[in-house]
Design a protein around this ligand. Structure first.
Ligand SMILES: C[S@@+](CC[C@H](N)C(=O)[O-])C[C@H]1O[C@@H](n2cnc3c(N)ncnc32)[C@H](O)[C@@H]1O
Length: 209
């Protein structure tokens, strides 16, 4: 059991607030890259959910990149909902953004949507095929899911050591991720790697219903 495995899956309390700030420092540029890549690839988007937005950097970029879209952020961590709220006050005030504290079961409240994005959340889907199926059922026909992630070998050492003990899943290959998406009923997976040949290993996989 380890604090990193627990806190990144569901940041809580004082440690969770610190982890949220660490996510901003560590993940901001990847989130921005994922959002820009996805927005460049997908079609017309008017309703989009970010699942597990954490401190809300990706939501901020989504609101900027899709100025006509209605955006929801669904996160099970109250500490992260609070940080996402602080970071996106203007969009909340004008009604373009709604934050929901809850698990992905809450996607049904906002369905149908055109796009679900989840960055560094895949690892915490302990039953990935059924959870990805739940995402698929929240999408319009032709809707898309975009998963931002790193393979296990590119994750920090401490995550490699601690995640499995918590039931979290690290992936050895993109094919494993694509296989889960396919088993969940998605088609046409498309992979983009942030820095091919580099060491960071960030990637985004987009799949269509
Ligand atoms: C590692 S953080 C990533 C946060 C942000 N997307 C980023 O890249 O910095 C994972 C986030 O997903 C949330 N999360 C994980 N599994 C979830 C689920 N099944 N439903 C809702 N939120 C979830 C956690 O609470 C946490 O805020």
């Amino acid at each position: 059991m380890g604090i990193v495995g627990r806190q990144f899956a569901n940041p809580r309390g004082i440690a969770g607030r610190i982890v949220g700030r660490a996510m901003v420092r560590g993940n901001a540029s990847f989130n921005v890259w994922v959002i820009r890549t996805v927005v460049g690839e997908v079609g017309q988007i008017s309703r989009v959910v970010e699942l597990g937005p954490g401190p809300g950097v990706g939501l901020h970029e989504l609101l900027h990149a899709l100025p006509q879209a209605h955006v929801w952020g669904v996160d099970r961590s109250p500490a992260m909902i609070a940080q996402a709220r602080q970071r996106n006050r203007a969009a909340l005030a004008d009604g373009r953004l709604v934050l929901i504290e809850g698990d992905l079961i809450f996607l049904s409240l906002v369905a149908p949507v055109d796009l679900v994005i989840a960055v560094h959340v895949l690892y915490f889907l302990h039953d990935p095929v059924s959870e990805l199926s739940r995402v698929r059922s929240a999408l319009v026909a032709g809707g898309e899911i975009a998963l931002g992630y790193r393979l296990g070998r590119d994750m920090p050492r401490i995550s490699q050591r601690q995640f499995a003990a918590e039931g979290h899943r690290l992936y050895d290959s993109d094919d494993e991720v694509a296989a889960h998406l396919s088993a969940a009923g998605f088609a046409e997976t498309q992979l983009t790697i942030q820095d091919p040949g580099g060491t960071a290993g960030g990637r985004v996989m987009i799949a269509r219903t």
